[in-house]
Design a protein around this ligand. Structure first.
Ligand code: NDP
Length: 471
């Protein structure tokens, strides 16, 4: 029998195996358990030089016995009932001060419920968001923690050690109570959807509007990756655009069906934004675009009825403008995401640390980008100010929003769908309009429902002359 383990892990799938190896590599002895026992032993057998740091266990009781008290056990199983089942199975085996950590992509409402149940019945419970995919889990993910601060502090040495580092600073931090970590992870994923969608939209403008072959598109993304757009997503977009299909010898991108899936975190973010009245239209557009992409047959039928749009832009838009449009779109999408987190902080009474969130996202996660460091600085100056109003980003937007306008206009005129860029622009235009058109909405509401309105001159009269005429 090995020395008692510092930590346990349940669920040796894609993420669990990589996290367990990462933990072992950082010098923490780890005990593991998997529903299918053969997987547990194969994992140990294939762990190479890290095998001595890993204790495989066949039963949950063995797992619990293998960990040094007070125990911490990470769950890396599919979100939903599997998490509840594992908590129910572990509860009778654990002491009240042991800690279960759900590191999957749980809906934060579920994490809130599980945290409340833990408070009532023990053992302790935390929900942490982990981003970075398989590679991140193995070599350094971004980690967003939620639960009791004292529980976070207890496991922080392990989480800090395995997290990605930005110039030596761990990309792991405490986000707030209960479901705060999973909430921040969901917003991260929502931003990820919008960032990916905007890249796909400018790819579409280059492919269909500018008739550029994938190799040229790859070179463009590669060049953009040396400027303000430097990010993991632009970097991998260059790589996928440059790749060749080994079967056909054609560009890989041209061989991939244009039908995108989702696991739900983007949708959760959009639903929550609606509940909080904190609009995130660029993210909504990205979720909508994935849903429409899956309607392949209907889209083909649509093209048969209406004909293909007259795409060629004939020089109407240059690559520099497209890059600027992407810069503006990206800032607007992040501004929406951070505004949503700010609204949730107030509504849930969770003081979520906005600058820390930007810092945690600088490395390890899918949306890591050089812009996030500037966002952290801007949010540290004033976390309550919308990011688009921070001087650094306001200057960027002043110099790029015209290009965004030209891109969206060109898309509209030439039938190139750019829903996330267009939604970002509409949000920007509403957010920079001191006198909106909601006075018309208020008048209509008062006309048909006597809902009343506020007057610009402050007079107490709440109704228009039409009251009594409505239905
Ligand atoms: P996998 O499907 O690769 O692995 C799932 C693991 O959970 C397996 O070990 C499986 O065991 C176990 N499992 C499944 N159902 C149950 C159950 N009912 N009871 C007990 N164990 C069960 O999933 P991932 O590793 O990809 O994902 C795990 C979590 O991490 C999910 O919440 C996911 O959303 C999240 N996540 C995933 C990321 C990714 O890039 N893949 C990124 C960030 C988060 P068995 O071997 O017996 O089937």
């Amino acid at each position: 029998m090995n020395n008692p383990a510092s930590i346990g892990l349940i669920g040796l799938g894609t993420m669990g195996t990589m996290l367990a190896l990462n933990i072992a590599e950082k010098g923490f002895h780890i005990a593991v358990w998997n529903r299918t026992t053969t997987v547990t032993h194969e994992f140990k057998a294939e762990a190479g030089e890290l095998a001595s740091m890993i204790t495989p266990t066949d039963t949950l009781a063995d797992l619990v016995a293998a960990i040094k008290p007070p125990r911490s056990i990470i769950l890396m199983v599919p979100a939903g009932p599997a998490v509840d089942d594992m908590i129910a199975a572990l509860r009778p085996l654990l002491a009240p001060d042991d800690l279960i950590i759900d590191a999957g992509n749980a809906l934060f409402h579920d994490t809130n419920r599980r945290s409340a149940e833990a408070e009532a019945h023990g053992p302790h419970f935390m929900g942490i968001g982990v981003s970075g995919g398989e590679e991140g889990a193995r070599h350094g993910p971004a980690i967003m923690g939620g639960g009791l601060r004292s529980d976070w502090d207890r496991v922080a040495p392990v989480l800090d050690a395995i997290a990605a580092k930005y110039k030596g600073t761990p990309c792991a931090n405490y986000m707030g109570p209960a479901g705060a970590g999973h909430f921040v992870k969901a917003v991260h994923n929502g931003i990820e959807y919008a960032d990916m969608q905007m890249i796909a939209e400018v790819y579409g403008v280059m492919r269909d509007g500018m008739n550029m072959p994938p190799a040229e598109i790859a070179a463009t993304f590669r060049a953009w990756n040396t400027g303000p757009l430097q990010s993991y997503l632009i970097e991998i977009s260059a790589e996928v655009a440059a790749a060749t299909d080994t079967h056909s010898g054609k560009p890989m991108l041209d061989m991939i069906l244009d039908r995108a899936g989702q696991k739900g975190t983007g949708r959760w973010t959009v639903i929550e934004a609606q509940h909080l009245a904190a609009p995130i239209p660029a993210i909504e557009a990205a979720v909508m675009a994935r849903n429409l992409s899956s309607r392949l047959d209907e889209r083909i039928a649509g093209e048969a009825v209406f004909g293909a749009a007259p795409h060629p832009l004939n020089g109407a838009l240059g690559l520099m403008r497209l890059e600027q449009a992407m810069i503006a779109g990206k800032i607007l999408c992040y501004a929406q995401g951070f505004a949503l987190i700010s609204a949730a902080s107030t509504a849930f009474n969770w003081p979520m640390p906005l600058p820390e969130i930007a810092r945690v996202w600088r490395e390890g996660c899918i949306i890591r980008s050089s812009m996030l460091n500037d966002m952290a600085t801007a949010l540290a100056e004033d976390p309550n100010r919308n990011l688009m109003l921070a001087p650094f980003f306001a200057d960027h937007l002043k110099s790029t929003h015209t290009a965004l306008r030209q891109t969206v206009a060109a898309g509209a005129l030439h039938g190139l769908p750019v829903p996330a860029l267009a939604s970002g622009l509409s949000w920007f235009d509403m957010m920079r309009t001191g006198r909106s058109t909601a006075n018309m909405i208020q008048a209509q509401r008062d006309f048909f429902g006597a809902h009343g309105f506020e007057r610009v001159d402050g007079l107490p009269d709440k109704h228009g002359p039409w009251v009594g005429h409505g239905v």
